[in-house]
Design a protein around this ligand. Structure first.
Ligand code: GLV
Ligand code: MN
Ligand code: MN
Length: 416
């Protein structure tokens, strides 16, 4: 039980420190060969992360709940109270992801709450820590499923149609993990009770390293999306089929990858084919199908539209030349996010106006929620800028600076 003012942890010792929490999470879902994380939605590793989150909530006497979309919440104060301040991030990962993308925000949130309790401040607004489900979309192809459902940006019907690479549907995966897939859907009442959402995240670039700052504030997220390219050709023998007789979709795919690079360079944008599926996937067979997923992002919508249209036109041109049938489907899209200026300015004021403000090409639950609630983000320096890789890193001193900055922000917003 928390104390009457909601500020006291349960009796029986200190909650785990940042260092201990980090060490506890470190082995969960880590692949022994790559050293990267494979914490994909509704898998065993995801369940272990969720158990860890619940234990952290309980160790601090917070009120624990999962919402209808499987997002986890740990409340200090009344979960049904108005004008709540919410912080948190996600615990899932991309395939062979780093330790920091997501977990840094969740661990820092618990550590920031511990810091506020040490300071002995009183809370005038409810405070919650969250773990949003399936942020990376590594398994079902769509990012930010938990926050999109909650914000009404993904319908239950569309979510039910999602399938993983083995053909397992999202509802089947949720059910196997002990969650009710029939309950999923928009949660406007919950969002209406949130007065501010602040997500701390490792920076996924080197801007802070270049300015020499440990912590920054987000200004905006680039518009971004995912497009599935299906190149249908003709399976045939790799040794006996004359080059002139082939309808080889791998060739068309390869030309499309080069076109993506060219269009992105011309526009100052980014375009990536990072995932591919080949059928029948035999060394000595010309493929019948190459399926590639394009991820493209740009600073503004018009530039992104130009890049995506340029890639698609080049792909169709190559397909026609090579006798390949091509279909392109947009699987997801997130428009540009400009974080609310009032909240952003409040963060800058709380942090003493000494903090750089920077944009990012990475997507976040904060970006999804920003359409419904005032939202802000803090970034923690990443000295190499590497992310979505086992090499992703942040120095412990910078992580501590992030915790203290988050504690300052939460104190400024929720206390006093
Ligand atoms: C999420 O990390 C994304 O930007 O794809
Ligand atoms: Mn990520
Ligand atoms: Mn992330």
């Amino acid at each position: 039980m928390t104390g009457p003012d909601g500020t006291r942890p349960p009796a029986g010792g200190q909650p785990p420190s940042f260092h201990t929490m980090w060490a506890e999470l470190a082995p969960v879902g880590r692949h022994p060969a790559s050293g990267g994380y494979r914490r994909h939605a509704w898998t065993g590793a995801d369940a272990d992360c969720r158990t860890w989150f619940q234990e952290q909530a309980e160790a601090r006497g917070l009120t624990y709940e999962t919402d209808r979309n499987g997002n986890q919440w740990a409340w200090l104060g009344d979960p049904l109270g108005e004008d709540a301040v919410v912080t948190g991030s996600h615990l899932d990962s991309v395939p062979d992801g780093g330790a920091f993308d997501g977990p840094l925000g969740v661990v820092s949130s618990f550590a920031a709450l511990d810091e506020l309790r040490r300071r002995g401040v009183g809370f005038r607004r409810p405070l919650a820590i969250t773990n949003f489900g399936d942020e990376e979309g590594a398994r079902f192809g769509l990012a930010c499923v938990g926050s999109r459902l909650t914000a009404g940006q993904l319908t239950k019907e569309a979510a039910h149609r999602l399938r993983d690479g083995d053909g397992v549907s999202l509802p089947q995966a949720m059910e196997a993990a002990g969650y009710d897939p029939e309950a999923i859907g928009p949660d406007p009442e919950r969002l209406a009770r949130i007065g501010a959402f602040v997500e701390l995240h490792v920076e996924q670039g080197r801007a802070l390293d270049l300015t020499g700052d440990a912590v920054g504030i987000a200004s905006a997220i680039w518009p971004h999306g995912r497009w599935r390219y299906d190149f249908h050709g003709e399976a045939n023998h790799a040794g006996t089929t004359r080059l002139a007789d082939r309808r080889d979709p791998m060739l068309t795919y390869a030309e499309t990858v080069l076109a993506a690079r060219r269009e992105a360079e011309l526009a100052g944008a980014v375009a990536t084919f990072g995932k591919i599926a080949v059928e029948p996937n035999g060394v000595n067979a010309i493929p019948s199908l190459v399926r590639g997923w394009l991820d493209s992002r740009a600073a503004d919508q018009a530039t992104l539209d130009t890049v995506v249209a340029g890639i698609e036109a080049a792909a169709h041109e190559a397909a026609a030349r090579q006798g390949v049938d091509l279909t392109v489907v947009r699987e997801s899209f997130t428009p540009v996010v400009e974080f609310e200026h009032a909240l952003r300015d409040e963060l800058a004021k709380i942090l003493g106006g000494r903090v750089p403000v920077l944009g990012t090409g990475a997507g976040h639950d904060a970006g999804i929620l920003s359409a419904s609630v005032p939202t802000a983000m803090l970034f923690v320096r990443n000295p190499t800028g590497v992310s979505h890789s086992p090499a992703e890193h942040a120095a412990e001193d910078d992580c501590v600076a992030g915790v203290l900055a988050l504690a300052d922000v939460l104190e400024g917003l929720a206390c006093g």
